[in-house]
Each structure stands twice: as C-alpha cells, then as structure tokens.
Design a protein around this ligand. Structure first.
Ligand SMILES: Cc1cc2nc3c(=O)[nH]c(=O)nc-3n(C[C@H](O)[C@H](O)[C@H](O)COP(=O)(O)OP(=O)(O)OC[C@H]3O[C@@H](n4cnc5c(N)ncnc54)[C@H](O)[C@@H]3O)c2cc1C
Length: 379
C-alpha cells in the first residue's frame, strides 16, 4: 500500500522538504510505494528577503519570483488550491476546490503573515515592507520624503527578527546618499526593555545606533495609531508623533491552522527537537508555522527541513525517527548599504555578531541571487 506524504505550503520549508524527500526516496516513488504532494495557495514562489531591497528600488518583483512548479522535482505532485481545513483525527486535508486528500504523513509549512488589523489604526497609519503591495507603497513614500520624523514600530511576533535593524541602518545610509540625512529624525522603537530580542544583537544595536544617529524608544508596545493626528501610542503610555510611520506589524500564522484548531494565532505547538506537532505521531511542522521561540527565518526553515526529511525517510523505511533539530539559525544583517554582519546560533550557543564588512554584505547579495538553489534542494 502506497504511503502518502502531504505538504501544505509551497514556501521555503515546504518546497525544500518536497524536493529533498523526492531525491531521497526516488526508488520508492518509482515503485509506487511513496507519493509526495504539495498543496499551495498560489502558483508563484516569492523570495521574501528581497523585499528589503525592493524597498529601495534595488530589486524588481520579477527578480524575486519563480514558478513553484518549475522549482519542484517532477516526481512531486502540486495542487494549486488553498487548504481550508485540516482534520488531524481523520488524517485529511480539505482543499477549497472540494478535494479531500488523505495523508499518512503531513507537513505543515503554511508560514506566517503580517496582521496590521491587530492594532487599531495601524493598517491606515502604518507602512510596511513585509508584503509586495505594501512595500511598493512605502517605496513611493520614501522616494517622495523630503524630511521630517520617521518612527519605526514593531509588533511581536514577526518573521525575520533582524529585518527592523537592517532597514534602520539602510535608511540611515540611503538618506545620507540622497543628502537628506540631517533633515530626517529617525526613531527605532522596540517592545521589550532592550533593542532586540536576542541579547547580543541588542548590545550590537546599542553600540552602533548612536553612530548612525538613530534614536531609540524601548518598552514600546503599540496600542493604537491615530492616522489623522499622525501619532502612535504605546501600552506603556508614550505617544510619538510621526510624519512617516514604518511598521513591522504583529504576525499570525495561516488562517487554515486557526480554523482547524491546530494552534493559537495560527502557530502550531511543536516539539523543539523532533519538530512533530505536540501530541501527534504523523504531523511535522516547519518554519514560521511552529510556535517555537526561535527566529522565524528562511534559514530556520531550511535547517529544520533537513531534519524533517531524514526523519520522514527513516520512518517510512524503518519506522524510526532518530534525527533531532538543534535550533540552528543563520542570519545576515545588513548594517547599511555597503556592509553587513551575520549571526549563527542554536539552542546551546548564543549568537555573536561579527565586525561588519563589505565582504559579508557581498555574501548576502550573492545569496539573494543563488537563493533558488535552496528550495530546489541543491544548496
Ligand atoms: C522583508 C523580509 C525579509 C526577510 N529576510 C530574511 C533573511 O534575510 N533571512 C532569512 O532567513 N529569512 C528572512 N525572512 C523570513 C523568511 O522569508 C521566512 O521566515 C520564511 O519564508 C519562512 O518559511 P516558511 O516555509 O515557514 O513560510 P513561507 O516561505 O512564508 O511559505 C508559506 C507558504 O504557505 C502558503 N500557504 C499559506 N496558507 C496556505 C493554505 N491555506 N493552503 C496552501 N498554502 C498556504 C503561503 O502562500 C506560502 O507560499 C524575511 C522575510 C521578510 C518578509
């Protein structure tokens, strides 16, 4: 009897897992013993880290998108219909077109998304670069900005925890290059009592922000935005005036996760080592979809995918799941338009940002170009 692996979500994690598993189980797939299906709500695969560059006009949409079918191994079946319900008791995924897919092993890879509606007034008053249309709108705002107060507000949780730092350093450089820096008053806010969730990164920011003329306001949890008065008020009672508010809205996981009762706010309770959904024997969770308190990043999804693929293959072949995720994450951090640093860490070893250099910046730009090898399971 053939075993069916169904992967819901064709982003970073879902696509890597499908391709690596297809490679690993080629002979079983050829013999009809295993099938791999990916369910995606859209035909495109979009490289989200490219939005940071699109914001400054340095990347065009067409450079950041590929056809998901073209990235997938021909042995993987692609279903271009959103999943609307997951019934874990019956081992079923229900698609919007009415098809019900039975699975033996399920991988939840539906990612996370900004939900500005969680803060009153944020959708109307804030500008963000975490989605294509919003990013293009903010790009236009920036291109026309001649000076004034910019406030950066941050909601938790959100994916790519270092992107707010990157955009701050890049804005500083960008306004300098345009001869406008002395006309721009820039304030970076953060919800907790330091500048970043990761302690060493917070120290790095505290040391470097003054050199970039970046003002800071910590313990700033957005409560409400008044788009008419152009003010943002925190739960702590501080009100900041802005001419332009850039925001990283708080995120939720996918609606289907919430609707199926699999996790609060769309994040699935996940075992930090096995990456199985807590209480389940045949559901794995990858990337942003987990509720793990680690960075929601493409690299996290990538490292987790390696573990999930090995365990699914082992389980199908020998009934074993011997591999464990060690919490590994790698993030480049742009520290301006020409330099970057990076952090690498895991459950036992905290990050330690290295001295920024042009070389690391070029590594990041190079990775942006060769990214496509990652979902294909080559890099
Ligand atoms: C501006 C920005 C900069 C970033 N920079 C970096 C960086 O430098 N380095 C880094 O490592 N990470 C970065 N990230 C984060 C990274 O993009 C995400 O963490 C990563 O994409 C998560 O992978 P994932 O597979 O969990 O989810 P995703 O890649 O988001 O994939 C989820 C997929 O599931 C689909 N889906 C959702 N619901 C359904 C449904 N009901 N049915 C079917 N399909 C569904 C979605 O459409 C999507 O295709 C950045 C993100 C942003 C926005």
């Amino acid at each position: 009897m053939s075993k069916r692996v169904v992967i819901v979500g064709g982003g970073v994690g879902g696509t890597i897992i499908a391709n690596l598993l297809a490679k690993k189980m080629r002979s079983e797939i050829k013999k009809g013993e295993v099938t791999i299906d990916v369910v995606s709500d859209k035909p495109e695969h979009f490289y989200q880290p490219g939005l940071l560059y699109m914001l400054f006009g340095l990347k065009h949409y067409d450079e950041l998108v590929r056809d998901e079918r073209g990235l997938l191994d021909p042995m993987v079946e692609l279903h271009l219909h959103p999943a609307i319900k997951i019934d874990k008791d019956k081992n079923e995924v229900h698609l919007k077109n009415g098809v019900v897919m039975k699975y033996d092993i399920l991988v939840l890879a539906t990612g996370s998304r900004p939900v500005p509606e969680m803060i009153p007034g944020l959708k109307e008053g804030g500008n963000w670069f975490y989605e294509v249309d919003a990013c293009l709108k903010l790009r236009n705002e920036l291109m026309n900005f001649k000076g004034g107060k910019i406030v950066l507000t941050i909601g938790l949780p959100h994916k790519c925890p270092v992107a707010p730092l990157e955009v701050s350093y890049m804005l500083d450089d960008w306004f300098r290059q345009r001869g406008l820096r002395d006309k721009v008053d820039f304030t970076y806010t953060y919800p907790i009592g330091r500048l970043h969730g990761l302690e060493s990164v917070a120290h790095f920011a505290a040391k470097t922000f003054p050199k970039h003329g970046i003002n800071t306001e910590t313990l700033f949890n957005m409560k409400e935005v008044d788009p008419n008065k152009k003010t943002v008020t925190s739960l702590e009672g501080v009100t900041l005036k802005y001419d332009l508010m850039i925001t990283i809205p708080p995120h939720k996981g996918a609606q289907v996760i919430e609707d199926s009762g699999l996790g609060q706010n769309g994040f699935v309770p996940t075992d930090r080592f096995t990456l199985k959904m807590e209480g389940s024997t045949n559901i794995y969770v990858v990337g942003d979809t987990t509720n793990l308190p680690i960075s929601k990043a493409g690299s996290t999804a990538h490292f987790e995918s390696d573990v999930i693929v090995e365990n699914i293959a082992s389980e199908l072949r020998d009934g074993l799941t011997p591999f464990r995720y060690d919490g590994k994450v790698f993030c480049f951090i742009e520290t301006g338009m020409t330099k970057a640093t990076y952090i690498m860490f895991d459950y036992n070893n905290p990050p330690n940002p290295v001295t920024p250099s042009a070389l690391i910046h070029w590594f990041k730009l190079t990775y942006n170009k060769v990214y496509w090898l990652t979902p294909m399971g080559i890099l």
